[in-house]
Unconditional design. Structure first.
Length: 424
């Protein structure tokens, strides 16, 4: 009989990727709540858990696994729900040790040196100041954030004050529901004092940014891929993800070693993860940016194009207690793949987006391409949810190619055939 796998916030693209897994007859996938319910409105964590339980309890059949690909609150709902139904997952505490950015840094500091100087900023005071010893440039961010929302790179006191004001105004959107999660744990005194509405400062780290993806099961860490994160020139925002990484093998090996020590330290188990790094080529130095207690759903089509299997494979099989069946790189149809972020850097109102027919025509013309437009006519860009602090995301284009030059050419050809009109 097929196993019933319940997916929090299941959307069309991820369902398509799940249907590309090997042994498709072994699984039956069911959505629990919508992505809009879980991420795009006001988040009430306890109510969301109760709503998910209502839908699960109404199912007439066995519940074999509960998974989720999205950031908070999905990452923390999964272990809560799995504990409720006696299913396999990592513990809530191990997940929160990754999700709480300050707690995560404290844990990392116990086992590695490859991390930036960091400290807390008391945004409750009228004259908040950088932590002693930290130098500009630095990043300010809430201890709980997602998609780089309310993350600011500051270079002087004036920019610091502006960032503090913005974070102070918006921190409650994720901070308050995150405190509901913290209330479910027996926290160390230091973390209990900090809570979920605090602000973290970290000295800026530079270099090539990459993401190490893997899983941990029965105390053993496995890494299955490394993805490059490439920014727009001179802007602190992503232009694309590229797989496989172009970093030297010895640098990747060092990152895998750091990843293993940190994942062992926080205690993640029976789950996937991704760990973000920077590599400074001139200094040949690596620095850990953050640890995420899930794999990246954004990378699923990339692994599918290059390796022949989406990375969802590992999460699904771990949740069911099955062998994840590690796949060797290179089993897919393409030599390289990317997720391109179609962005705009000034505000405006969307007047026209490509029709479904126009998108289908582009995807037929360029095999291996998937287009997702995330705005609608009438949308004002500055009012879109879940945007980083430096750009507005219009859509995403996933594609495979034989090599880097063909990848870029295909993207430019694709973009030219997608009519998007935005008024200033």
């Amino acid at each position: 009989m097929p196993r019933n796998v319940f997916v929090l916030g299941l959307d069309e693209l991820n369902l398509r990727m799940l249907h590309e897994l090997p042994h498709p007859s072994e699984y039956r996938f069911h959505g629990v709540m919508s992505r809009r319910e879980l991420r795009l409105g006001v988040i009430d964590f306890d109510r969301a858990v109760a709503r998910a339980q209502e839908q699960l309890d109404a199912f007439d059949g066995p519940i074999d696994a509960i998974i989720g690909f999205w950031d908070f609150p999905v990452t923390t709902m999964v272990p809560v729900l799995c504990a409720r139904y006696g299913l396999r997952s990592s513990s809530l505490e191990s997940v929160v040790k990754c999700e709480h950015k300050y707690w995560s840094r404290i844990e990392q500091r116990e086992v590695i040196d490859e991390l930036p100087a960091f400290g807390l900023v008391d945004i409750r005071t009228d004259r908040a100041r950088p932590p002693p010893g930290l130098r500009y440039p630095m990043w300010l961010k809430p201890v709980k954030s997602a998609a780089a929302v309310l993350a600011y790179l500051v270079v002087d006191d004036k920019e610091f004050d502006r960032a503090v004001a913005a974070i102070r105004a918006g921190i409650g959107h994720l901070g308050r529901p995150f405190e509901s999660v913290l209330a479910r744990l027996d926290l160390p005194p230091e973390i209990a004092r900090v809570g979920g509405m605090a602000c973290l400062a970290e000295e800026s780290i530079e270099g090539a940014q990459v993401t190490v993806e893997g899983w941990r099961a029965e105390g053993e860490v496995h890494v299955y891929g490394v993805v490059d994160s490439i920014g727009y020139p001179d802007r602190p925002t992503f232009q694309r993800y590229r797989y496989p990484s172009c970093l030297p093998g010895d640098v990747i090996d060092r990152m895998v070693g750091v990843t293993t020590r940190v994942i062992d330290r926080v205690g993640l188990d029976s789950t996937t993860f991704n760990v973000e790094f920077f590599w400074d080529r001139e200094k040949d130095a690596i620095s850990l940016l953050e640890v995420n207690p899930r794999h990246s759903q954004s990378h699923a089509p990339l692994f599918w194009h290059v390796d022949g299997v989406p990375n969802h494979q590992y999460m699904v099989r771990l949740a069911l207690g099955l062998d994840p069946e590690l796949r060797r790189p290179g089993g897919g149809e393409y030599g390289v793949a990317a997720k391109w972020f179609v962005k705009r850097f000034t505000d405006g109102v969307v007047r026209r987006v490509p029709t479904a027919g126009e998108i289908a025509a582009v995807e037929r013309e360029l095999p291996g391409t998937m287009v997702n437009i995330s705005v609608r006519p009438g949308d004002r860009l500055s009012e879109l949810p879940l945007q980083d602090s430096y750009s507005y995301e219009i859509g995403q284009i996933f594609m495979g190619a034989a090599d880097e030059s063909e990848l870029t050419a295909r993207y430019e050809r694709c973009l030219a055939r997608l009519p998007i009109e935005i008024d200033e």
